[in-house]
Every structure is written in structure tokens, then in C-alpha cells.
Write a protein that binds this ligand. Sequence first.
Ligand SMILES: Nc1ncnc2c1ncn2[C@@H]1O[C@H](COP(=O)(O)OP(=O)(O)OP(=O)(O)O)[C@@H](O)[C@H]1O
Ligand SMILES: [Mg+2]
Length: 323
Amino acid sequence: MGALLEIKDLKKYFKTPRGLLHAVDGINFTLDRGKTLGVVGESGCGKSTLGRLIVHLIEPTGGRIFFEGRDCTDLSRQALLESRRKMQMIFQDPFSSLNPRMTVKETILEPMIIHGMFGGNQSEQALRVREIMDAVGLAENLADSYPHELDGGRRQRIGIARALALEPKFIVCDEPVSALDVSIQAQILNLMQDIQNERGLTYIFITHDLSVVKHISDDICVMYLGNMVEKCPAGEIFKTHCHPYTRALLSAIPIAKAGARRERILLKGEISSPIEPKPGCRFAPRCLEARQDCSETQPDLMEISPGHMVACHLYSKCKSNKT
Ligand SMILES: Nc1ncnc2c1ncn2[C@@H]1O[C@H](COP(=O)(O)OP(=O)(O)OP(=O)(O)O)[C@@H](O)[C@H]1O
Ligand SMILES: [Mg+2]
């Protein structure tokens, strides 16, 4: 066991006409082999940018990425190709991330050809395509179908199959079920968990919806405007969550039990701009509990109990909140 991935002070700033946009601004965490880290937060908080940084689709502005104990932040072209084999990404919208002119078989085969899997042996590659299609629940007779001929659930199964083609160790799943019907979401989530257990995969699972990650994550990280505001074991976030933003996110999850009600916390105030952000806590303008120091200095991430980190000046007031 041990850490597969270690992220240190990772930053990504985009140049915009109005100044530097701090999309990811100093993220730190470690992720152990075979585990799932759920990353939640509202639209624009930097979840996809974080995922893309980790799989080297974009270059960081600052910070380091360690994979299997090796610093792989600045990789040569060859090393980048090798690391891409081990790290894959599944995207939100399977329709736009799949090539409409490629059949199911060709889509899964393509990365194997690029990486010269099985020494380029075509019959072994074809065998592997069949094995993966079976693993993701795609019937053999769909091999020559095109994405537009299939429903959303099957299209996402192709996206998963393609990600598995190179036998990766780690997958960033970027909102993989958000575009699917609720009934299909559960099927795909179950499939992803089965595949993880069978192959010992490590996941980062990105979503804006806490209710989606609560079942499949070991740890949950809550992001707000490029910062990590809370990280803790998944089971704990529903009992002793401390950050006021996490509380607001949780209050939006409906309770399945008949007659049960949870008071919804409605956030007021404007979302701060991620462009040249002001000093202080980025959540302060919308925080119902903000004090003066909240808009003056940015709170550090502090460990308030084993494995539970919170970045909030009010952390000392943290108490057990049953939701
Ligand atoms: N290539 C880019 N150039 C400039 N700004 C960008 C670029 N990519 C992302 N951003 C900005 O970075 C911020 C974070 O974007 P990101 O896509 O990572 O958010 P997200 O949390 O994934 O949102 P969503 O839930 O909508 O997918 C946003 O303000 C976005 O506009
Ligand atoms: Mg996104």
C-alpha cells in the first residue's frame, strides 16, 4: 500500500484580459493506492482544472506532482507518454469526448495502437478489446456500432473502456455520471466500483453533487474557488463537517426518508472573482458566520481531528452537526 499520488501546493493560473485567473490555488493532498478521493464543489471552483493538471493534460503554474514516489511534474516527452499510460481520465460528456467517426472497437483500440501495446500484435489487441468490452458490460455485437447509435449509459461505458485500454493504475473521473439519467447513474457507479475492486485502481472522482460521491469515496475534498476548504473521510463529512460551505452543500441534499426534512442553507452574497482574488477567505462574502478576520487573512488548512482538515477561521468553534 502507501501513497500513489502526492500533490504539493499545486497551482494553475490562466492569463485573461482582466488579469490572472486563479483556477487552482495551492492544493495539497496524498492519495493511497486503491482508494477514491471525491472532489466536490460548485461550477467553476477548479475541479476539472485540478484533474487535468494531475493527468498532465495541462501544465501547472506552480507546485509538484509525485506519482509512485517520483516527482513527475516536469516530464520529458517520452516519460510523459509512459505516465499517460498509467493515468487516464474519464470525461463528463461521453458524446463530445468520443470521436463520432470511430466504432466502439476502434475507439478502444486506438490508445493501444498509439502506445504499441502487446508489441503491436493485432490479434492480442483485438482479444483485449473483447475482454474490456465484456468487463464494462458492452455486448460483443456492439463492436462495430458508432457512438450516436447508442444511449448515454452505453456511450459512457465506451469512455470507461477506452480509459481501461492501457491498464492504468489511476483514473481521474470528471463528472462521469452527471450527464446521465438517474437510473443509469447508479449502474455506471456500480460498474466503476466493481472495476476498481477487480483491478485495484485508484480514483479521483470529481462531481458537483455530494450525494454522488458519498458512497464511492474513501475521502472527500471540498473545493471553493480554487482552494481546498475541507478534506476528511467520506463517512465523517456527514457527521462532523465544519466548514460553513460544506454545511451549505450538505443542506442541499434531499433526504430519502418519508417526512424527513433538512433545513436548506441558502447562500447569500456574491461569489468572489477568481481573477486576482482579494486577500482573506474566498468564501467570506457568502459566509453567514464570517467575522472581520475572515476578509483579512486567508485561513490555512488545519487538522482538527485525525485525517480531518479544515481551512476556516471559525474551526475552533467546530462542533458535531447531525444532518
Ligand atoms: N483554458 C482556460 N482559460 C481561462 N480560464 C479557464 C480555462 N479553463 C478553465 N478556466 C477557468 O478556471 C476556473 C475553473 O474552471 P474548471 O473548469 O476547472 O471548473 P469546474 O469546477 O470543473 O467547473 P464545472 O463544474 O462547471 O465543470 C473557471 O473560472 C474557468 O472559467
Ligand atoms: Mg468541470
